[in-house]
Design a protein around this ligand. Structure first.
Ligand code: ADP
Length: 475
């Protein structure tokens, strides 16, 4: 079965709610009405019986009502109260007097009933007759040694008629109320859901080529506006990601084209001009450098692509950060010295981390390599490892050529080189810092770059210390 639409569900929900409410109200009102009418009739019968009893006299054994016919109140009471009445002599079981209307119903008590009613306090009974239901009050009247039974009644027909008309009205009202509610909620739901449909339509039209489009925000600050805002944020992130992808693809093509053009140019020149083994050897060794540069770049790219696609699993093992930084610095010292750059290091003992040794090594190497690369002969590079609160802190500083301020926010982007003319000289593809940033993020750390007073740069990496080392961790 096809699932119901939201509009149908809302309509059903409102209709069922309205029908339950109307039926509930109807039933409660019916009950209140019937109890009230019933009570009124009982009170009426009791009043009539006790009033009539006051006027009842017996003359020669026959009942008469002794009242003043000139008093309109008395007259009207007697007229009403005597519509349904009977007087019995209990001893003989004889019916002494009765009203025409009660006679018409055919009600007559048996002698044993009379005896029973005469012995108990005044009672009420309901009897069903051809003229409808009648409520009767039976009161024993003792007069000079004899006992009479005064029976006074009231018809319950009016009450039954009122209740049945009320039920008939309900039988119309409830279905028409529900129908009205269904129609109204169908339109309301349609109207309320219209903006959703519009949002859906606009959202459906957005494709990769039109990621700059945004859903309309109506300014009502309701749930739909929130949805549109969230969706627009997602679109903005997608647009940025797709933009970066395009930029990345363009950069790769560009980065590959240059060395390929160099290789091709060298090969052509060699083919045209070289005629000795020595000349070919020179060209080939120059090409080898280009090949190395290319394969280094492709390796870095592959690593970055694998890292960002989540294929790389990061180990979580204890790493002695101080030990690692010190031994890398020792290895790099000859490289720095070959460029006439002095490298010094200072590491607090046993600063421990939990992480992936090979990625942390890559972080230190990339930063130190850059510092050496971008420092002029005679310059200085410093590597320090310290603890700061709950963090292990690596600082790689140099007094080299520095970075222009406007380039600083971009240096962690892929293929970004602060100054291409200088970068070419230092032959990097602009991928090293992207890898550093990715690795530091994977270790829940941060990497920042600061300008050093007097020139040069300082890269500061913070990674949480190993918890087991005994420092309390903030939650
Ligand atoms: P590359 O492989 O080109 O070095 P990176 O991603 O490591 O790529 O660095 C990006 C750019 O940041 C570099 O091209 C350079 O312009 C700048 N940079 C990085 N480290 C330093 C530094 N210590 N001093 C000056 N500039 C730096």
């Amino acid at each position: 079965m096809r699932p119901l639409t939201l509009r149908t569900k809302l309509t059903l929900f409102y209709s069922i709610t309205v029908s339950v409410l109307l039926s509930g109200f109807g039933l409660v009102y019916y009950r209140v009405l019937s109890v009230g009418l019933d009570r009124d009739i009982t009170q009426d019968v009791i009043d009539r019986a006790s009033g009539l009893r006051g006027y009842l006299r017996f003359e020669e054994g026959l009942p008469v009502f002794d009242y003043d016919p000139n008093d309109p109140d008395e007259l009207s009471f007697i007229n009403t109260a005597t519509r349904y009445y009977q007087v019995y002599e209990v001893r003989t079981g004889m019916l002494l007097a009765e009203s025409d209307e009660l006679r018409a119903t055919g009600i007559q008590y048996l002698p044993q009933d009379l005896i029973r009613y005469a012995q108990i306090p005044p009672s009420l009974i309901d009897l069903q007759t051809d003229q409808g239901k009648i409520r009767l009050r039976n009161e024993a009247v003792p007069v000079e040694g004899d006992i009479y039974l005064l029976v006074v009644g009231a018809s319950m027909r009016q009450m039954e008629d009122a209740l049945s008309s009320f039920l008939k009205a309900l039988a119309w009202l409830i279905p028409s109320g529900v129908l009205l509610a269904a129609i109204a909620s169908w339109f309301m739901a349609g109207k309320a859901l219209q903006p959703v449909a519009e949002l859906g339509k606009v959202a459906g039209e957005i494709a990769v080529t039109s990621l700059n489009r945004r859903l309309p925000v109506r300014g009502t600050n309701d749930e739909l506006d929130q949805l549109a805002i969230e969706f627009n944020d997602t679109l903005a992130r997608l647009e940025k990601a797709v933009g970066e992808m395009k930029q990345f693809t363009a950069s790769i093509s560009h980065e590959l084209r240059t060395p390929l053009a160099v290789l091709r140019g060298e090969a052509e020149v060699a083919l045209m001009e070289a005629d000795s083994t020595d000349q070919y050897r020179r060209v080939l060794s120059s090409q080898l450098e280009e090949f190395e540069k290319l394969s280094r770049m492709i390796n870095q790219l592959l690593t970055l692509a694998r890292a960002e696609s989540g294929e790389v699993a990061i180990a979580h093992e204890p790493v002695n950060f101080s030990h690692m930084a010190r031994s890398l610095a020792e290895q790099l010292e000859p490289v720095a010295a070959s460029k006439d750059v002095s490298l010094s290091w200072k590491c607090d003992p046993d600063v421990m981390l939990r992480g992936d040794a090979s990625w942390i090594e890559r972080v230190i190497l990339n930063l130190a390599d850059n510092a050496i690369k971008f420092t002029r002969p005679g310059g200085h590079v410093w590597i320090t490892v310290t603890r700061n609160g709950h963090d292990a802190v690596l600082e790689v500083a140099d007094d080299g050529i520095g970075i222009v301020p406007e380039a600083v926010p971009h240096i962690f982007e892929r293929f970004y080189r602060a100054d291409p003319s200088r970068a070419n000289r230092a032959d990097g593809a602009g991928l090293g810092l992207s890898l550093v940033k990715w690795a530091v993020d994977q270790h829940d750390g941060s990497v920042q770059v600061e300008s050093k007073p007097g020139g040069g740069k300082r890269f500061v990496v913070k990674i949480p210390l190993l918890a087991e080392e005994g420092w309390p961790r903030d939650q």
